[in-house]
Write a protein that binds this ligand. Sequence first.
Ligand SMILES: Cc1cc2nc3c(=O)[nH]c(=O)nc-3n(C[C@H](O)[C@H](O)[C@H](O)COP(=O)(O)O)c2cc1C
Length: 156
Amino acid sequence: MCKTLIAYFSASGVTARAAKAIADAVGADLYEIRPAQPYTPADLDWTDKRSRSTTEMNDPACRPAIAEPVPDMAQYDTVLIGFPIWWYVEPRIVDTFLEHCDCSGKTLIPFATSGGSGIDRAEKRMQALCPKAVWKRGSLLGSSGAADWAKRILNG
Ligand SMILES: Cc1cc2nc3c(=O)[nH]c(=O)nc-3n(C[C@H](O)[C@H](O)[C@H](O)COP(=O)(O)O)c2cc1C
């Protein structure tokens, strides 16, 4: 057991590109945290107080369902978890993933993309949801550099 999984959620493709670049660079398995009910453009409208994303993010207990079962985590010792920042934190579906995978004792490393907000608040929330994992400092990734960051963090 010495395998790495790249698990990611991406609503509009930016985080997906980073996740794929990372998986290629480090030879890791890739798992998309795919919502059972896909997000429409209207769902993602953060200027609409009643849009699905706004409603979900206003409810800390909301856990949107994931389409595919979470992979068998026994084969992985390290999981990189990628997501877009929504309202300064991780989207609620990432919390669904964290609560469904048994990550005790595994090394978890978050990465995110955003319009400028940092990853710190997301990291704190995620650590509280999975306190038995060994958390490594995550990173906000730009449009390039994802592969180099992953190689550095996994080999260092
Ligand atoms: C509902 C919603 C909320 C967002 N909230 C933030 C935010 O708080 N700060 C920020 O910098 N960007 C925010 N963004 C922008 C996304 O984080 C950014 O566009 C991200 O790269 C999208 O990644 P994706 O294509 O993988 O979904 C938000 C986007 C959406 C749809």
